[in-house]
Design a protein around this ligand. Structure first.
Ligand SMILES: Cc1ncc(COP(=O)(O)O)c(C=O)c1O
Length: 291
């Protein structure tokens, strides 16, 4: 798949001595948006090499990853199955509706069963050797490899890169990309939930690049929790730049970036890149919060 992800400069509420750029991965594809194609690319290649026919994956009711997998499977000639966390749910929300439009079979499971994804896969697909397991959020070494490629697309070097972290695969890829290209950019991973230790361990296991900082103070209470302050920041940014954010990932990470400018973490005469990791369809599930 040919990808389109330009780097745009943003001046909105940025001191004139600082240059802010945004890597527009949100423009890669309407449904395989942000980091999603990068994360799926090598997983799909592996599934093709292994002659698999069905991509099986996992997500919550508003999972951007489920939707991206459903669409990518349809695009690449696979069937797809999505285990959805919550047996009380149905496919009436926008994300799950679109998953079904792309032919994904949805299996709703209770929150306890959902915890053990390998057990679910074994139970349902033991007899199906053509089924291919993709972890929640696409978390995998293949995802890290795909995300590392972003660094080679950058038109210049930056003093800082700021990015949202959920499973940590994307940030590991960015760190490995920086290592490969011998950069000394400082990477800021903004953790959008309370699972800081998990991300720290994952990064320590998967990357040797040392110039990074993991920020744990911007989760706004927990995964998918927000605050009036965050929502008003997000709306203000959107209305002044024409770039949509989502309240679960990108708004939190960009909010953190503006704080870094305010508190001196990012200094005058430095260049900073924000990576827009997509997530816009998932945020339609939070319309009531944003209204
Ligand atoms: C929009 C968006 N941004 C960022 C992330 C975080 O990526 P990762 O899970 O690789 O840390 C996700 C989750 O996959 C996401 O959907």
């Amino acid at each position: 798949m040919e990808i389109y992800s330009p780097v745009d400069q943003i001046t909105f509420e940025i001191p004139s001595a600082i240059e802010l750029y945004i890597k527009r991965d949100d423009l890669i594809h309407p449904f395989i948006s942000g980091n999603k194609w990068r994360k799926l690319k090598y997983l799909i290649a592996k599934a093709q090499v292994e002659n698999k026919k069905t991509l099986v994956t996992f997500g919550g009711a508003y999972s951007n990853h489920l939707l991206a997998t459903a669409c990518a499977a349809a695009l690449k000639g696979f069937k797809s199955v999505g285990f959805v966390r919550g047996e009380e749910l149905d496919a009436s929300n926008n994300t799950l509706f679109l998953c079904e439009q792309f032919g994904m079979q949805l299996i709703f499971v209770d929150r306890i069963a959902y915890l053990d994804k390998h057990a679910l896969f074994q139970k349902h697909f033991n007899e199906h050797p053509s089924a291919f397991f993709i972890d929640e959020g696409g978390r995998s070494d293949e995802a890290i490899l795909g995300c590392a490629e972003l660094i080679a697309e950058l038109p210049q070097s930056y003093d800082h890169i700021v990015i949202a972290a959920g499973t940590g695969s994307t940030v590991c890829g960015i760190l490995n990309g920086c290592e490969k290209h011998q950069l000394n950019t400082k990477i800021h991973a903004v953790v959008v939930h309370k699972g800081l230790a998990e991300i720290e361990n994952y990064v320590a296991e998967k990357s040797t690049y040392k110039n990074f900082q993991i920020h744990s103070e911007f989760h706004f209470g927990a995964y998918a929790k927000t605050s009036p302050n965050l929502i008003s920041f997000m709306k203000n940014f959107q209305q002044n730049t024409g770039i949509l954010l989502d309240p679960v990932y990108t708004a939190k990470a960009l909010y953190a970036l503006y704080q870094f400018i305010e508190n001196g973490t990012i200094k005058p005469h430095e260049k900073v890149l924000f990576i827009h990791t997509g997530g816009l369809i998932g945020s339609l599930g939070m319309k009531s919060l944003l209204a």
